[in-house]
Write a protein that binds this ligand. Sequence first.
Ligand SMILES: Nc1nc2c(c(=O)[nH]1)N[C@H]1C(S)=C(S)[C@@H](COP(=O)(O)OP(=O)(O)OC[C@H]3O[C@@H](n4cnc5c(=O)[nH]c(N)nc54)[C@H](O)[C@@H]3O)O[C@H]1N2
Ligand SMILES: Nc1nc2c(c(=O)[nH]1)N[C@H]1C(S)=C(S)[C@@H](COP(=O)(O)OP(=O)(O)OC[C@H]3O[C@@H](n4cnc5c(=O)[nH]c(N)nc54)[C@H](O)[C@@H]3O)O[C@H]1N2
Ligand code: SF4
Ligand SMILES: [Mo]
Length: 692
Amino acid sequence: MAEEIRWVKTHCARMDHGGCALMVGVKDGKILQIKGDPQGYLNKGYTCYKGRVSADRLTHPDRLRYPLKRAGKRGEGKWQRISWEEALDETAKNLLRIKEKYGARAVGFGVGMPKGLEHFVLIRLANIFGSPNVIASQDVCHAPREITGIHTCGFYPVADLHNPTKCILAWGSNVLSTNEEGQIGSLTLEQLKNGARLIVVDPRKTDLAERADLWLQLRPGTTQALALGFLNVIIEESLYDKKFVGKHTYGFEDLARHVKQYTPEAVSEITWVPSELIRKAARMYATAKPAALQWGNAIEHNINAFDGIRSLVCLMAICGNLEVPGGNINAHDPKIMGLAEFVRADLIPDKRKEMISAYHGTIPRLMTVAPAYFRKAVLEEVPYPVRGYYGMCTNPLVAWAESAVTHAAFMSLDFIAVAEIFMTPTASLADIVLPVAHQYEMNDIGHYGIGHGLIFARPKVVEPPEECWPDMKIMNELGKRISPPEYWHDDFETFLEDVLRPSGLTYSEFAAKGYLKGPDRFRLHEEKGFRTPTGKVELRLSTAEKFKLKPLPEFTTLPEDEDPEFPLILISVKSRYYLHSSYRWVEKLRQKRPHPTVEIHPETAAAHGIGDGDNVTIETKYGSIVQVAKITDIVHPRVINAAIGWWFPEADAARQFEWQKSNFNILTSIRKLGKEFGTPNLKDLPCRIRKL
Ligand SMILES: Nc1nc2c(c(=O)[nH]1)N[C@H]1C(S)=C(S)[C@@H](COP(=O)(O)OP(=O)(O)OC[C@H]3O[C@@H](n4cnc5c(=O)[nH]c(N)nc54)[C@H](O)[C@@H]3O)O[C@H]1N2
Ligand SMILES: Nc1nc2c(c(=O)[nH]1)N[C@H]1C(S)=C(S)[C@@H](COP(=O)(O)OP(=O)(O)OC[C@H]3O[C@@H](n4cnc5c(=O)[nH]c(N)nc54)[C@H](O)[C@@H]3O)O[C@H]1N2
Ligand code: SF4
Ligand SMILES: [Mo]
């Protein structure tokens, strides 16, 4: 007799940063329907389209189902099916051979956007193996915000959208589409319904900008200048929180003197935002108590990220919005295992000095290697040779800036293993490809280590197909082969129990509860000060000289020089329907966004003779790609917005699925990098277009 439909509670994952509580309807071992759980902490029943169709990721006929070994030349698309024993032994043999010849640091452990607990198991694997080199996209994703926050105020200031706020300042954040870091868009909408004012700083008229009281359409790449202009107005007009500034900040007089030059008129010239609008917005933010600054990824996508973010933390601070409900808070973790303990940071005490980045002098506390520096090590042996790579949850050939260099680096490595759900451009260059179990097919913990003070249960709903294993299981078994077995478990699920042990809960008790949240602790600075060397918010950095950082945030240059040959400015936005380079192969998503599209203003399109739906060549001085024109006035006439993450799963694997044709990162470069994080310019690039 057929089974009745059974509803399982879990949390959405691996479609963005995740966090929506879901009810998943299962029958006969198959997922039939997904809907939002009205009791969800973040989403209260909300889901987006890609969350609702997310089970379609599991059933695609071309999904990887067995371990594969390269049969032809690298990248030729010829594979031989092998057993797990063979795949693990072969991977172990190669990694150990590289370790013996060049040292453990010659193996890079690669990971992309944090997707689940496997992220931290990978760091643990690297630490136990003895390699200080975890290669991650942190240079362009959150580390600039997190680490600049820690240096400035001692923590990572998160917008508190769970308590009433009077004003949301959304700065380069498209949260209604991206639900960035579990700041599910419905939380913002709820605040607006309850009367919060909204200021949007974005070069593009986003859905959020449509709802804003004030929309500041800044010139891309000028966040630092605009934020310094806000500081100028707030200090000149004496709108700052005097009590807080007097008691809890270091270097206010210096900052005040320094920002005098950034008058709204001067800043307007740089940012294109009218000076009166800068004044109005600065006043609105400074006089709303409390106000939350919801910042986004865009501010860390250029070489000046550090200055821009420093200015924004100074802004939160002088307006008295740090550590207050409805402002920007230090989210405290629940009682769970600390990160350092989980990843066994103790085993590699000299990591900071040993990692590739040490040579490049990146900012203290950045503990992963920027992809730009990894490739330099592979291709030029700077500062030492790197010959092997184990990667999971990432697609560097599409996700990293300057794809041609990525291709060259991967072609030159001695050994590459990639764990994936699907054959991607990067996986197609590997020697060993390992098929993984995915969301809904394994027990997992979400949002661990993300800094939002929450973890979510993602219990298993269905069995993985054929020979797919969770990444955690793969690394647990590989770990036993390449490092002392006592660090590894009989059953990988012990990792889940380890994280939870301090809470007193088992994984199944946690799954029944759904999530764990740390305690709300507001205004802790009133008792304890801030966790910086001066105990205050460092408007002027006391460690500047020691760490070779700028003491005060400044506007130095545009990310790239203006160039009359390339008169337009290129930006990008993450797609509502995809996660970066993932899931172009999920039919229901592909139907929504079948082609890579580039948004062009009607005047600009007309001047170039481009019509809606035309194929357009987009060119920077670094490369050129083709995308399909979408004519729209949501972009400025001088700005175009091209799609990121494109490759074509339907194309030829032997040619890496046309990784060059429409891939945004053909247009970016790693020749110029921000010093603090090794960040390249991903947006704000001079470009030109023509009809193909
Ligand atoms: N030009 C430009 N470049 C960018 C960005 C940009 O805005 N513009 N954004 C940057 C940012 S913010 C980030 S975070 C990075 C993201 O870069 P990546 O994290 O590398 O990109 P994704 O497409 O999210 O994930 C890559 C792969 O993970 C696989 N995957 C999904 N789930 C699993 C799993 O459970 N296990 C395993 N083993 N694999 C899985 C997917 O199939 C996919 O191929 O890209 C950065 N690159
Ligand atoms: N659907 C979906 N959701 C996602 C992701 C995804 O790929 N797809 N990726 C996830 C990841 S890893 C991340 S990091 C987050 C990122 O989420 P967000 O922080 O929202 O990042 P983006 O979409 O890159 O850009 C946000 C906004 O910045 C604007 N912008 C572009 N250039 C500039 C500029 O120079 N200055 C300013 N101030 N704004 C600018 C864009 O117009 C856009 O509206 O989203 C996560 N969620
Ligand atoms: S908003 Fe994000 S977490 Fe929520 S359903 Fe959509 S993809 Fe999943
Ligand atoms: Mo990201």
